[in-house]
Design a protein around this ligand. Structure first.
Ligand SMILES: Nc1ncnc2c1ncn2[C@@H]1O[C@H](COP(=O)(O)OP(=O)(O)OP(=O)(O)O)[C@@H](O)[C@H]1O
Ligand SMILES: [Mg+2]
Length: 268
């Protein structure tokens, strides 16, 4: 699936990745023989039905679980937690510490690691980027769900990571808040230029945010479809989603997902 590229342009090179997980004494193959690259500064969207193994794949990319095959991160074999890689979860409530203010939550990943004045600069920048400057001293429980998710994103940004791994980050938010945060993410990416892997089961979201999209499906899960997304850098919730390119991509992905679902039903 992946083509030969300049090494500097590739953040991850994944070849023949498989992951087995053990539950109640029984080992199961969750991911089987995945091969793909993640390219510098791209947003790679990965869609797949619930329970396929999307989170498992992100955990493998973060270096948090053992795997078979080869995962090279920045040219080196990944054999532990990857540095400069941050995960952003759907569950913002548990990701934030309720007894810490917004500022102190954003500080979590960097405090004690960099000089204090630099730390404050980064916190301020990240908080401003997500538009929470008037809520620095608020506590998570005083904020809406969308705002809490912004805090989690600000915390990730303050760490100035090379890679952001998003695990359905907007999954539990209402449609309007979700669209607002999608646009914010596009804007943040244009400022921070981090490489993103964005996991979701929402096809529209995956197409709207991605530069490339892959479909993870089956049991054990494998990659069954890949497509480049040419929607331009500036995207708009209404005009982009009404464009021929968007509708055609959405159609293709939908069709592939149905095909993959049909195939998995007939083998079960
Ligand atoms: N720690 C674990 N031990 C054993 N099996 C696990 C473990 N974590 C997940 N699994 C199993 O692996 C499969 C894939 O789980 P995973 O959470 O990666 O799916 P997902 O695509 O992220 O699902 P969702 O869309 O619901 O978040 C599931 O069948 C799940 O039961
Ligand atoms: Mg998941």
């Amino acid at each position: 699936m992946s083509e030969v590229r300049n090494q500097d342009e590739v953040i991850y090179q994944v070849h023949d990745l498989s992951v087995n997980l053990r539950r109640r004494g029984q080992e199961r193959v969750i991911l089987k023989s995945l091969s793909f690259d993640v390219r510098k500064e791209e947003c790679l969207s990965i869609v797949g039905p619930s329970g396929t193994g999307k989170t498992t794949l992100l955990r493998a990319l973060a270096g948090l679980i053992p795997y078979a095959g080869s995962v090279r991160y920045l040219g080196e074999t990944l054999d532990g937690p990857a540095s400069d890689v941050v995960l952003v979860f759907q569950d913002y409530v548990n990701a934030l510490l309720r007894w810490r203010t917004v500022q102190k939550n954003v500080a979590l990943g960097i405090e004690g690691r960099i000089p204090r004045d630099q730390c404050q600069e980064r916190i301020d920048e990240a908080i401003e980027t997500v538009g929470l400057q008037n809520y620095r001293d608020s506590y998570p429980w005083e904020l809406s769900g969308g705002m809490q998710q912004r805090v989690q994103i600000a915390r990730a940004l303050a760490m100035k990571p090379k890679v952001l791994l998003f695990d359905e980050p907007f999954g539990s938010l209402d449609a309007m808040t979700r669209e607002g945060l999608q646009d914010e993410l596009l804007r943040v990416r244009s400022v921070f230029q981090a490489t993103c892997v964005f996991i979701t089961h929402d096809i529209d979201e995956a197409v709207y945010l991605g530069d490339r999209l892959m479909l993870l499906s089956g049991s054990p899960a494998s990659l069954s479809f890949e497509v480049d997304i040419h929607l331009g850098e500036t995207r708009n919730q209404i005009s982009t989603k009404e464009s021929g390119e968007f509708l055609s991509l959405r159609h293709q992905v939908h069709e592939q997902m149905r095909k993959a679902h049909g195939a998995s039903q007939s083998t079960n």
